[in-house]
Ligand binder design. Structure first.
Ligand SMILES: [Zn+2]
Length: 157
């Protein structure tokens, strides 16, 4: 566990699921050389969002953008932002910002850095900044929606 990632929230959103109609819940479909036999419709999980679940997911995505979205140059050192990993294709993760400044070498660009991660982007490029208040507001919003439930995070499998 990296010490720069924030602790996972105690509550998470679960979207209503139904059995994948393509693989009938097995998570597997006909074999190909790129993805093997993993079903591309459900990503191998065997389930997909219900109609209401998909609507809830879209509504919460929009709510997160409203509450977390911030122009890159407005992100302050010490805030927790979603930054890509340092290596190419590394998974984005929440990290405490250690540096936020204009990119001297690239006019119009802004640099954000966290431990083990960094991000450069055009000014006004939007990234997500997490605050406890925004997190609580997203969960409260989710609790009002059909198609999802808010519950304790399940242990990793
Ligand atoms: Zn499937």
């Amino acid at each position: 566990m990296d010490n720069n990632t924030t602790k996972a929230p105690a509550l998470v959103i679960y979207y209503d699921q139904q059995t994948c109609s393509r693989c009938l819940g097995s998570g597997r479909f006909s074999y190909n050389q790129i993805t093997g036999d993993r079903c591309f419709k459900c990503g191998g999980s065997g389930t997909v969002d219900t109609r209401d679940g998909a609507k809830a997911r879209a509504a919460i995505l929009a709510k997160r953008e409203e509450l977390y979205g911030r122009a890159i140059e407005d992100v302050k050192v010490g805030e927790t932002a979603k930054l890509p990993g340092a290596a190419m294709f590394a998974r984005a993760r929440w990290a405490v910002v250690t540096e936020s400044r204009a990119d001297d070498l690239n006019p119009g660009f802004w640099l954000l850095r966290g431990q083990h991660s960094g991000l450069g982007g055009h000014r006004s490029h939007r990234i997500h900044v997490h605050t406890p208040a925004a997190g609580a507001a997203v969960l409260a919003f989710a609790a009002t929606l059909k198609g999802c439930t808010v519950g304790p995070k399940k242990a990793a499998q």
